[in-house]
Design a binder for this molecule. Structure first.
Ligand code: NAD
Ligand code: 13P
Length: 358
């Protein structure tokens, strides 16, 4: 069979939009099978129906992307092994905390010649140091893994508002072009860059910057106004500097130009203005740090998951391990505020930039 089969592993809000993008292209491109499988972490809706049954009946993800048709060729499957067994192109798009378990379950269960791409923004911290999710996938499953990151608020792309994204690839431009083809639509413009680590670290670290942006937005609660746009801009600038410096320290191959792609500056701006991490961090600061992120996430996001709080911890562990804490005041302060060791206003007293960063 010379045609490729695609499976999407994940079905949250971005996972569902990814399924929609890929499904529209699989129908058009002769080199792909029409059917796109989507692994769904099974849930039961309040009316007793299973989420997979609802998706297959209505063609909409009632829990994570209501009101959007995914495409009739998307088939929801609650069985992870079954969902991937025929696929030779795997798209990973779950919250990062579940990826280790998913990889363990998939070990030895996928076909021989498989290419993967990760849309997951986050990393794992192992004893040896930080491990990017694409690397986890490659190591655990023995397959090549590219990444796709960018300024991509799922709800906006779901209604076909224009946006850009970046594919980070390792060696083969041909593989990168296949992914670009599979994701590109007139409203979703994808550019390939030969810098997997740079693209992935941008997508991962900007979530920590977004938490900081939420803190400054929540701080001026007293006068009932949001923090000024200059406050936000300062956080974005300092955050970008720390993102670039840490990425290059961890992976010297990371390119400066990557930070000017959609995955870099554009994603920092969009997430600091319109993302979930920003919104929940604002509520945290408004409570004076008294309410926990877990509680706020549950109350505000209806099952969707934040990535920035756990990423801040993972970054903190990595910095601590290497003795780099002082070089990254913004990153290390965000974590300490998240765990209640510092008050939200420490984002200004401690989190400001370090002029010695590269
Ligand atoms: P989401 O936050 O909307 O939904 C959470 C998902 O986790 C649901 O599919 C839920 O079923 C699943 N889940 C819950 N418990 C689970 C478990 N124990 N095991 C496995 N899955 C479980 O998800 P999302 O927005 O699609 O996020 C996936 C990734 O995409 C994240 O890394 C996120 O940062 C990234 N991303 C999201 C957006 C966005 O706008 N939503 C945009 C770009 C990138
Ligand atoms: P949030 O998870 O903060 O909503 O950010 C989504 C995103 O990654 C936009 O590119």
């Amino acid at each position: 069979d010379s045609k490729s089969r695609v499976t999407i592993v994940g079905s949250g809000s971005w996972g569902s939009v990814a399924a929609k993008l890929v499904a529209s292209n699989a129908l058009k491109l002769p080199s792909f099978h029409d059917e796109v499988r989507m692994w769904v972490f099974e849930e039961v809706l309040p009316n007793g129906e299973k989420l997979t049954d609802v998706i297959n009946k209505t063609n909409e993800n009632a829990n994570y992307l209501p009101g959007i048709k995914l495409g009739r060729n998307v088939v929801a499957d609650p069985d992870l092994e079954n969902a991937v067994k025929e696929a030779n192109m795997l798209v990973f798009v779950t919250p990062h905390q579940f990826m280790d378990g998913i990889c363990k379950k998939l070990k030895g269960k996928i076909k021989g010649e498989v290419e993967a791409i990760s849309l997951v923004k986050g990393m794992e911290v192992k004893k040896e140091g930080p491990c990017m999710i694409s690397n986890l996938i490659s190591k655990e499953l023995g397959i090549n893994c590219s990444v796709l990151m960018g300024a991509n608020i799922a709800n906006e792309i779901a209604v076909e508002k224009f946006s850009e994204a970046t594919v980070g690839y390792r060696e083969s431009r041909e593989i990168a072009d296949t992914w670009v083809q599979l994701f590109s639509t007139p409203y979703f413009m994808v550019t390939p860059v030969r810098d997997v680590e740079g693209v992935e670290l941008c997508g991962t670290l900007k979530n920590v910057v977004a938490i900081a942006a939420g803190f400054v937005d929540g701080l001026e609660m007293g006068n009932n106004t949001k923090a000024s746009s200059s406050n936000e801009a300062a956080i974005m600038r300092i955050g970008l500097r720390e993102m670039k410096a840490l990425s290059k320290l961890l992976f010297p191959s990371v390119k400066d130009s990557t930070f000017f792609e959609s995955c870099g500056v554009a994603d920092v701006i969009t997430t600091c203005l319109g993302g979930r991490n920003r919104r929940v961090a604002e509520a945290f600061a408004q409570s004076g740090g008294k309410r926990s992120f877990d509680e706020l996430e549950e109350e505000m996001l209806e099952g969707q998951k934040l990535q920035g709080v756990s990423t801040a911890r993972e970054v903190y562990e990595a910095l601590n391990h290497r003795g780099w804490m002082e070089m990254f005041p913004l990153f290390s302060t965000v974590h300490q505020i998240c765990i209640g060791r510092l008050k939200p206003d420490a984002i200004w007293s401690r989190g400001r930039g370090n002029s010695e960063l590269v």
